[in-house]
Design a protein around this ligand. Structure first.
Ligand SMILES: Cc1cc2nc3c(=O)[nH]c(=O)nc-3n(C[C@H](O)[C@H](O)[C@H](O)COP(=O)(O)OP(=O)(O)OC[C@H]3O[C@@H](n4cnc5c(N)ncnc54)[C@H](O)[C@@H]3O)c2cc1C
Ligand SMILES: NC(=O)c1ccc[n+]([C@@H]2O[C@H](COP(=O)([O-])OP(=O)(O)OC[C@H]3O[C@@H](n4cnc5c(N)ncnc54)[C@H](OP(=O)(O)O)[C@@H]3O)[C@@H](O)[C@H]2O)c1
Length: 247
């Protein structure tokens, strides 16, 4: 039965002063790559809880979460203070529909993210299943500053393992950064810079697109893709574009 369980931080990864990952030991029910659960801290008789995506693929001996500390946030400053050995509450049942089994067949899978929302896509890529179902995989990550392009080690290992089938495209919006596209994702779809960089086009016949992150980005990216002839992927009417908002 789903319930809140005790978790213990076993490792912390510092990416920048505000970006960090927590590896947590907790006894959770099986979940799918792309799903999320809830983390919480008890404050007196109040449990302060928020949703967080699994970054690790299923079957990993720990659960990993990638977080940004929101300066005035209610929970993240406290999660950001956790150290190895500290305890927190974890909801035992993962949930969410941003998973590969919700997608129709296709040739190319585009994974478009901003900020910490790269996490669920890393779980899908590390899991290997995405590479079994699709020929070409494109991971797009939009951040404000180049130092926020986290998880470069894992991304490099995917490049090494899958070669030209895997494309990684960083976007940096608030400074020039080597190899990154400047600006925002929807604009680069509308003017074709993203497609030109990857060497693939968006097409209803063979593209599947997953979008995750900042809700304004999700909305504008969907609009840009619908203008190119793609359709939203709904259970009752399969299409090309699936999305999850982080707030
Ligand atoms: C399905 C789902 C999965 C999520 N997974 C993650 C995750 O893996 N990692 C993660 O860091 N957050 C994730 N979030 C967001 C998370 O649940 C919290 O909203 C976030 O950590 C802020 O909590 P807070 O109490 O500190 O801030 P609050 O006091 O609740 O303030 C919320 C405000 O912070 C900003 N904000 C919230 N989340 C983010 C974010 N991720 N990046 C940038 N700005 C943000 C927005 O302006 C939002 O209005 C997810 C949300 C959803 C709905
Ligand atoms: N990232 C940091 O350096 C930092 C540091 C301390 C605190 N925080 C806090 O964390 C929160 C934001 O974190 P974040 O930078 O991870 O997330 P974010 O604000 O969602 O920005 C991530 C990326 O999404 C882009 N974006 C925003 N709106 C978009 C839209 N409508 N369409 C397309 N792209 C869009 C941003 O571009 P633009 O740059 O053009 O907006 C940026 O490249 C804020 O509460 C902030 O105060 C962040």
């Amino acid at each position: 039965m789903a319930a809140w369980v005790e978790g213990r931080v076993i490792e912390r990864i510092e990416w920048t002063p505000t970006l960090f990952s927590l590896r947590v030991a907790a006894d959770l029910a099986p979940y799918k790559a792309g799903q999320f659960t809830k983390l919480a801290l008890q404050r007196g008789d109040q449990r302060v809880q928020r949703a967080y995506s699994f970054v690790n693929p299923p079957g990993t001996p720990y659960h990993e979460f990638y977080l940004v500390e929101i300066p005035d946030g209610e929970l993240t400053p406290s999660l950001g203070a956790l150290q190895p050995g500290d305890e927190l509450l974890v909801y035992s049942q993962g949930t969410g529909f941003l998973t590969l089994d919700e997608l129709p067949a296709g040739r190319d899978l585009w994974l478009l993210s901003t900020g910490t929302a790269i996490g669920p896509f890393l779980a899908m890529l590390a899991d290997g299943e995405a590479f079994e179902r699709f020929e070409n995989l494109v991971l797009v990550h939009g951040v404000r500053k180049g130092e926020e392009l986290s998880y470069q080690g894992l991304i490099t290992s995917l490049v090494d393992q899958y070669g030209p089938r895997f494309h990684y495209v960083p976007f940096v919006s608030r400074e020039e950064w080597p190899d990154a596209i400047s600006g925002r994702i929807p604009a680069a779809i509308s003017d074709g810079r993203l497609q030109a960089r990857v060497g693939l086009e968006f097409a209803a016949e063979h593209s599947q697109v997953m979008i995750c992150g900042n809700p304004a980005m999700v909305k504008e990216t969907q609009q840009a893709l619908l203008a190119l002839g793609l359709a939203k992927n709904l259970r009752r009417t399969p299409g090309n574009v699936s999305a999850e908002n982080y707030w």
